[in-house]
Design a protein around this ligand. Structure first.
Ligand code: NCD
Length: 305
């Protein structure tokens, strides 16, 4: 039985296969419409979500399966003090696969140790978010035709932004990627990402503060929200939240073929006037997320179409 807790649980070949399956589903949705008939997906969301939970549910419904779950820890037995391990053992009796989001780093890993069905990490604290990474990779692949040889700038909250950590980890295994980390000093990419992922492979990266200075060299600009819920005090959040605001003026020096990604939700970091720029990809990214989650569900349930 396979789980997806960390993006490195999948080999590069498996990621490429998931992307290919997602693209096939986009082209031939009817072929997959009953693939998961009789199967159930449980979404256990101990933390707020719109896209991730609903895209998982839409993914299972579009595969002909059914869904159950909760979207608020307060309405589950967690509020009575039940452990994640017990909750997951219980849900294993009702569902064939579990997608779980939790504010504590490592909670989905702990869940996978006792689950009797595959567990998918749908975001654990400020740590990882592997299915957002699959979404991001599918988007880059569709926009550029390849996952090799480009410069990507990550901008904003690189400390708490779990989507950044997982995407860096995934891209470190593809050829010819240059990383530019754009953040205020307080929100820099964690040392463990550099020490465990980038440095051992000798991958090129720079850490800078200015979005404007980096802009001309970027092929992908990956914007992120400052993660309010992970701050220890509100004053720091208020001071840092508007450090970067992408607007049409700042895009003037960007390459015409650059692509702007954002896992969403957006707060202030991209003005609405950027949405009509052909380089803005974040709403396409949302659409891609459902298809790659369909591909992942098929893989973990070992359904062949
Ligand atoms: C991201 C997350 O939950 O980490 N959202 C998402 O799943 N698309 C990004 C964020 O909340 O800022």
């Amino acid at each position: 039985m396979r789980h997806l807790i960390d993006i490195t649980d999948l080999s590069v070949q498996e990621i490429d296969e998931l992307i290919a399956t997602a693209e096939d589903i986009m082209e031939h949705p009817d072929k997959y419409a009953e693939a998961c008939h009789g199967k159930k997906l449980a979404t256990l969301f101990f933390e707020p979500s719109t896209r991730t939970r609903l895209s998982f549910e839409a993914a299972m419904l579009d595969l002909g399966g059914k869904t159950l779950g909760f979207s608020d820890a307060a309405t589950s037995s967690a509020s009575k003090g039940e452990t994640v391990g017990d909750t997951v053992q219980v849900i294993s009796c009702y569902a064939d696969i579990i997608a779980m989001r939790h504010p504590k780093e490592g909670a989905p890993y702990a869940a996978a140790q006792v689950a009797r069905v595959p567990v998918i990490n749908a975001g654990d604290g400020g740590h990882n978010h592997p299915t957002q990474t699959l979404t991001d990779l599918l988007t880059i692949h569709r926009e550029r035709g390849s996952l090799e040889n480009f410069t990507i700038g990550f901008c904003g909250d690189l400390k708490f932004g779990r989507t950044v950590h997982s995407l860096v980890s995934a891209l470190s295994r593809y050829q010819g990627i240059r990383f530019v980390f754009i953040s205020p000093p307080e929100l820099r990419i964690p040392d463990y990402v550099k020490e465990n992922t980038l440095d051992p492979l000798g991958l090129p990266y720079e850490e800078v503060e200015s979005m404007e200075e980096s802009m001309p060299q970027l092929d992908i600009l990956y914007m992120t929200r400052v993660q309010k819920e992970r701050f220890f005090n509100e004053a720091d959040y208020l001071r840092l939240r508007d450090t970067y605001i992408l607007d049409p003026a700042k895009l003037q020096t960007a390459k015409p073929e650059m692509r702007i990604l954002h896992p969403l939700p957006r707060v202030n970091e991209i003005t609405v006037s950027v949405d009509k720029d052909p380089r803005a990809c974040y709403f396409k990214q949302v659409a891609n997320g459902k298809f790659v989650r369909m591909a992942l569900i098929l893989k973990l349930l070992e359904v062949r179409v």
